[in-house]
Design a protein around this ligand. Structure first.
Ligand SMILES: [Zn+2]
Length: 136
């Protein structure tokens, strides 16, 4: 189900908790909501639809790939850049890494490990940062 995008900074600054199999509907809602906003958004964290769980969805080509409880296990190639966010006004400076490795659960709650580079890696880093309650 497509959900409304949360823009309340007080809510977005709250930390997110690990997701469980009870959150399967949240995963689907996040995919549906990203798909409804693909013209202006390349990734989304669950707190952007009002759920403080560690779930993100990332645009990879035509696909919207969900990652549950993602953790960055390796990062190389530090650089400085600027990003915007569908939940916030304007553009903010941030530090990112060109290549990352991520442990996560897929939509079936199966353990996965992936390596990502460049723009895809940047999106994943941005969305995971939402778990900490930082406004980026
Ligand atoms: Zn964001």
């Amino acid at each position: 189900m497509v959900k409304q995008i949360v823009r309340d900074p007080m809510f977005l600054q709250l930390k997110s908790e690990p997701a469980t199999e009870d959150d399967r509907q949240v995963v689907q809602d996040l995919i549906d909501t990203l798909n409804a906003n693909r013209d202006r958004c390349v990734g989304m964290a669950a707190n952007m639809i009002g759920v403080r769980k560690q779930i993100i969805v990332v645009a990879m080509g035509p696909f919207s790939v969900p990652m549950i409880n993602p953790v960055i296990t390796k990062k190389t190639g530090k650089y400085e850049t600027e990003e915007s966010c569908l939940s916030l006004e304007g553009v903010r400076p941030c530090t990112r890494y060109k290549e990352i490795e991520v442990d996560y659960l897929d939509q079936n709650f199966e353990k996965k490990h992936g390596k990502y580079t460049d723009f895809t890696a940047q999106i994943i880093q941005h969305e995971i940062q939402h778990f900490s309650g930082e406004l980026i």
